[in-house]
Design a protein around this ligand. Sequence first.
Ligand SMILES: Cc1ncc(COP(=O)(O)O)c(C=O)c1O
Length: 442
Amino acid sequence: MTTYKHPHGHVFYRKMSHARPKISHGEGIYLFDEDGKRYLDGSGGPLVVNVGHGRSEIVAAMSEQAQKAAYVHAIMFTNEPTEQLSSELAELVPIPNSRFFYLSSGSEMVEGAIKLARQIQQARGENGRSTIISRHQSYHGMTLGALGVSGRPGLRAPYQAMFLDMPHIDPPNSYRDPISGEEAAERLEEAILDTGVENTAAFLAEPISGAGLGAIVPPDDYWPAIRAICDKYGVLLIADEVLVGMGRTGKWWGIDHWQVRPDIMVTSKGLAGGYFPLGFVAAKTEDVELIRQKLGDWNHGGTFSHHPVGCAAALATLHIMQQEKLVENSATLGQKLGQMLQAALGSHPNVGDIRGRGLFWAVEFVQDKASKTPFPVSQHLAWDIWQQAFAKGLIVYYSQGCADGKNGDLIMLGPPLIVNEANLAEMVAILTEAVYEALPVR
Ligand SMILES: Cc1ncc(COP(=O)(O)O)c(C=O)c1O
């Protein structure tokens, strides 16, 4: 197999020690490298490729828009795909009468959301409110503002002196800290009181935990209690739906599982199906209007905001999701995936927990089921399993640190939402082989 070891050529990548094959093309849930090896995209690349690879409808919509006008500056013009996408999304998001601002990556959207929260508070005359409370073991992105609110120590460490550290509370964790949602939400109230109500702009969290904790679903009373605390203290609630939005968990948005309405919401990964880097920050019209009336403008932006080709890609992606009922598929097949994982891996002595919602599942590995002791991070277990699976033609998503911020190995699955039951069976079979190879049972 041709592989490209680091260093080679003139490119460098984040992970520098391993070889990587060159991709030739993708089709549905599969990717093919230049030697013809097939990979089942069990992580949807990761959790981006909701509608599958090689969708000609999306390519056609992008090409049509690029031919008409590939780029227009959002300070001077609006464009049809952006207007149309926003009207259609307004019917889907849990923020009534919402407005949308577009940029590219999830990190950019999180930066946008925390700055928007600040400006909404300023427009309300609450000038002291600039602190954003978030959660430990969360992930909100790599830019400095997003790192300040993220809760993954390893990613933050080298840059700690360069960003403003925001207060973090412990998240609910059904596996390692099974308390009620109300009790977990009380941590927010304490943090607001510690910070000072007059200093607290917003609370930011992932409705269902993403890569940091691995598909932890909070107790049913958590989000309603969080909403009530935010209301009590005039704190804005920001839902980071970058990973769990766009149907990933079997509803359009993760927070829809609890019918809670955030004040601000962001998504990115699946919005344009991986065909274009596009994300949005959504807010209530009344808050956007308040900024217009009191501050004049929102002091934020970006050269590539409201990109017409990106919005055309997102619109085509959205239509495929609706026509092919992919959110429903995520809900029904997600349950099947959970059952299959449980049947195949539940009895493995080192599988501590299998959890998830919709088509987002995680397997947490432990040295011992009873004590839940994680493997030491230096063992790189998740990476080992990832490599075994990759060699067998399955792409999964891995992370470390779910147990205590440093140790704790996770493998996550988030296949394209177009999968069928046979695809899931193939995925689980390969993953099971990879797990038993990395962790043989004697
Ligand atoms: C919940 C969440 N927020 C923000 C981000 C950052 O997104 P990006 O990698 O596109 O900058 C991610 C990425 O994984 C994420 O999962």
